[in-house]
Design a protein around this ligand. Sequence first.
Ligand code: GLP
Length: 209
Amino acid sequence: METPSLVLGCPTGRTPLELYRQLVAAHRAGKVSFSKAQLFALDEYVGLEREDPGSFASYLERHLFRHVDLPQSGRHVFDGAADPLDACAAHDAALRGGFGLLLLGIGENGHVAFNEPGESLQVATHVVKLSRETRLANAGAFGGEAMRVPLEAMTIGMGAVLAAREIVLLATGEKKRRAVETMMNGTVSTRCPASLLQLHPRVTVLTDF
Ligand code: GLP
């Protein structure tokens, strides 16, 4: 309630589920209101309609949006079925003031949102080809079949990540230990996109290991 008009970046995946359960419970207990907040998805699969159960739009509806007092105008998800370049531009336009608080998860390969390791990283919201590891890691939402995980996604870029006023990164499970160690103690490198968080002045990392 301290910042009613918070612009909050919302990750998907298994890690934030408990946090979303707690936010919903806090809302039900009258401790948190989202009526003036702006909540943003960080990424989305290309080609999936918002209603597709595998989409991040439907994930955020299911686990958070529909259980709290967040108006439609505060729900910023990608339209996975739209032209991806238009959807990316629309997301950047809506997010032009930047995140007040950016919640992040981390991929086992060091990705944040869907900024995958590689030769380079991008500043703005963009389309990305998903790595094989990421499609395998996310197969759970597609009946365990990695082949069904879309090949491409849209993601906020590292510009929006580094421009966030505050970042909280959550990592749970031994499988994330190596990525978190590289993020915190490794060389800052596009090979581990999360390592760029070393350059940000206000990052909190919460882990269970
Ligand atoms: C996903 C998302 C990220 C998320 C990460 C970890 O694919 N694009 O935003 O942080 O991978 O997911 P999980 O929490 O399921 O391990």
